[in-house]
Ligand binder design. Structure first.
Ligand code: ADP
Length: 192
């Protein structure tokens, strides 16, 4: 089973992906996590993407498609959860090609729906809690960058909702409820 979790920053994609890893043995492919790991490793790619990410802009399609291509060639376990990828129509087309090359299919696209003010509040609270606990805070978890990430989402990523709807693959799930309720709603979609 291969699944895309689609939705704006702060919608809960990472939390839900982690749960699917634990309960279904799936593999989470988060391009955001991969890019942050590249940044922390001090690699050349990491240096290139650091400023782009801190502003809340998207990094180039070429870079993220390259990261995903590499992972799809590895272990497939219980299937892939694409978390934060694809984020543009070009990335969606590339993913379709990469899956086909691997003899894999996309089983579902789950759109997590959350309103803007809740998203901003969640992310800013998460950053404040991390700072108070002495944990590292993401460079893009301040209100200005979050608003820019949301603008990028509506301009470049939200068109994927229509793209996957047209393919009959999109299912919307309310992301506003308790985490446990969202887990149950996603499980209901996957076990249908
Ligand atoms: P969030 O969904 O909370 O914004 P992510 O961790 O998924 O956070 O992504 C953080 C940043 O990494 C994005 O704002 C962007 O700069 C970069 N990024 C992650 N995935 C992609 C992608 N598929 N295409 C382009 N940029 C990406």
């Amino acid at each position: 089973m291969n699944l895309i979790l689609l939705g704006p920053p702060g919608a809960g994609k990472g939390t839900q992906a982690q749960h699917l890893v634990e309960t279904r043995g799936m593999i989470q492919l988060s391009t955001g996590d991969m890019l942050r790991a590249a940044k922390d490793s001090g690699s050349e790619m990491g240096r290139i993407v650091a400023d782009v990410m801190a502003r809340g802009d998207l990094v180039t399609d070429e870079i993220v498609i390259g990261l995903i291509r590499e992972k799809l060639q590895g272990d497939k376990a219980g299937g892939f959860i694409f978390d934060g990828f694809p984020r543009t129509l070009a990335q969606a087309d590339a993913l379709a090609d990469l899956l086909e090359e691997q003899g894999e299919v996309l089983d579902a696209v789950i759109e997590l729906r959350v309103d803007d003010e809740t998203l901003i509040r969640r992310i800013v609270n998460r950053a404040e809690e991390a700072a108070a606990a002495g944990h590292p805070v993401r460079a893009d978890d301040n209100e200005g960058a979050v608003r820019h990430r949301l603008t990028e989402y509506y301009r470049k990523t939200a068109p994927l909702i229509g793209y996957y709807h047209a393919k009959g693959q999109l299912v919307a799930v309310d992301g506003l409820g308790e985490i446990e309720d969202v887990k149950a709603a996603i499980a209901a979609v996957l076990d249908k």
